[in-house]
Design a protein around this ligand. Sequence first.
Ligand code: ZN
Length: 203
Amino acid sequence: MFIEPTFYQKNQGWIEVICGSMFSGKSEELIRRLKRAHIANQKVEIFKPLIDNRYDEKDIVSHDQNRIHSTPVGAAQRILLLTQGVEVIGIDEAQFFDENLPEVCESLAQNGLRVVVAGLDKDFLGRPFGTMPQLLAIADSVTKLHAICMRCGGLATHSFRKVSSKEQVVLGEKESYEPRCRRCFTDGQKLNAQVASRIEDHE
Ligand code: ZN
């Protein structure tokens, strides 16, 4: 269950962060909030990092194909140039943006905009991802969503990578990752480490 921010007032400036593991419904939740603002005739713009072109060039596409138009941008500061007359800003896949994103969000909120940010809070090793820790700290409201653990059916807070790679960013999430609870994630990490050391022993 999550608590919707209730005290937001138009034009007061506001940052809200939606975070969680993969498959926890972050994009769906971002889309739901922005569509609602759009229905209320507020001017909405959505941005995503250029790196994320997994499904579609121009639209944020959540896994259930609930889509909404978005603009891919290379650098976080570009967002500041593209928000003329805009009241509500959505930012998806925030963990992939550069280190200027928190400052950009602050400056948008200071200009009275409502900023809704969605992103992965942890990477495949369970470490804080990109500028998400800073964004969570400066947020006026935080929603942490959970997926369902694919091993035990408990609440999942971690994104477990099933393929072997040390890169922080591996796209194509459906094939490469599964949501896991803390315990099943830790068990998987141990198993991976054992397999890796066995391979080393053979070499
Ligand atoms: Zn589990």
